[in-house]
Design a protein around this ligand. Structure first.
Ligand code: URA
Length: 211
């Protein structure tokens, strides 16, 4: 069988989400789904929490104020938004933007896991504690944000860099400073991964802070 290219495989996930809508929490029609978007060949995969109001209207992730902040930070490090992939742990808007529930995160996890498998990014940047918790459970974001982690996930080694959520940065100046500083380290961290991945991958630790 011929291998599907990444863009086609990612489009399939969107179709699958819409086909499965009746079984998904928070979703009452296929149009409620806010799928991931971006470049299937991306080196960086950003994972946020759940769609907000603007995202639900436009059916695109991170297009509101938090998304504009991510766009500005990407510009500062000369990375184009169309070169990365952006998705969420919950691909729908929770009522009043409340925190997603564990069962909601679990229901959408197979789709996100498939996105990760297809894109196979060099670096996963988690935005906020819910996407961080998927890879690095039981830690405080204040303790580990901005530090590169090696994580065993679904049998593969993944490089995960946890960031504060941009909405938290917009609410609090101190968090904004940390968010901006963490973002500026991305080029050096990518370079580190490219230079060291081969050596790091043969080691057997489960979760480890690297850089
Ligand atoms: N916040 C998120 O976590 N995801 C979005 O897509 C938008 C805002």
């Amino acid at each position: 069988m011929m291998m599907m290219n990444k863009a086609a495989a990612l489009k399939d996930i969107r179709a699958q989400l819409e086909a499965d809508y009746a079984d998904l929490p928070l979703v009452s029609k296929p149009e409620d789904i806010v799928p991931g978007e971006g470049n299937g060949e991306a080196e960086i995969l950003f994972i946020g929490e759940a769609a907000g109001r603007n995202e639900a209207i436009q059916r695109r992730p991170f297009v509101g104020l938090a998304g504009k902040l991510v766009d500005r930070q990407l510009q500062k490090i000369n990375i184009k938004r169309e070169d990365v992939y952006i998705s969420n742990v919950v691909k729908c808007r929770p009522p009043e933007n409340r925190d997603p529930l564990p069962e909601e995160i679990a229901a959408f996890a197979p789709y996100l896991d498939k996105e990760i498998e297809i894109i196979d990014p060099k670096l996963i940047i988690t935005l906020g504690r819910f996407s961080m918790g998927k890879f690095i459970p039981d830690v405080k974001i204040s303790m580990i944000h901005g530090r590169l982690h090696k994580v065993k996930f679904k049998g593969k080694t993944r490089f995960v860099l946890p960031f504060y959520h941009p909405a938290a940065a917009l609410r609090q100046g101190k968090v904004m400073d940390m968010f901006e500083k963490d973002f500026l380290r991305v080029p050096a961290i990518l370079k580190y991964i490219k230079e060291h991945a081969q050596d790091i991958l043969v080691e057997e630790t489960i979760i480890e802070t690297l850089f």
